[in-house]
Ligand binder design. Sequence first.
Ligand SMILES: NC(=O)c1ccc[n+]([C@@H]2O[C@H](COP(=O)([O-])OP(=O)(O)OC[C@H]3O[C@@H](n4cnc5c(N)ncnc54)[C@H](OP(=O)(O)O)[C@@H]3O)[C@@H](O)[C@H]2O)c1
Length: 142
Amino acid sequence: MEELVILNRTAEKAKNLAETLKGLGAKVKAGTLSLDNLDEELPTTNILVNATSAGMYPNIENSPVPSGLLHSDLCVMDIIYKPLETKLLKDAKSAGAKVVSGLEMLLYQGAVAFEIWTNYPAPLEIMRKATLNELEKQGVYL
Ligand SMILES: NC(=O)c1ccc[n+]([C@@H]2O[C@H](COP(=O)([O-])OP(=O)(O)OC[C@H]3O[C@@H](n4cnc5c(N)ncnc54)[C@H](OP(=O)(O)O)[C@@H]3O)[C@@H](O)[C@H]2O)c1
């Protein structure tokens, strides 16, 4: 069974979330978002998701993960969409990893909501263009 590892700056919050997920049957462990823990976990990790705001505008030179720990067997998702290509995603690309930007989460949560409310398939490409136009209007670096 695959394991979920939740690392957060405030370890207490990660532990509370892990307890909730364990109650739903997930194999999960939690700890502090520290260099030691990243160093221990990342070599055997396949999917890395940044759900923190580290790297979000205006702190675009920040990343929650040192570039040297990223590798080509990773798929890295950053849920930040301002900017669309964060430092973490740039570093991940340079390390040969697959990358997924925060645009996808923004788009697909809207698509699911659209389908629940209308019972029609979501017009994903129209929604993608509209989202990108709106982000551009808001000055999001694309
Ligand atoms: N793509 C999407 O659809 C979508 C949807 C929602 C949010 N987002 C983005 O997701 C990000 C987080 O949003 P949120 O609403 O969850 O924010 P939030 O409630 O403020 O949570 C921020 C999280 O980031 C951690 N954090 C903040 N600064 C950090 C730093 N310098 N180093 C390490 N950890 C740090 C916090 O740790 P502590 O617990 O220790 O404070 C906390 O876990 C934002 O960039 C937001 O724009 C994207």
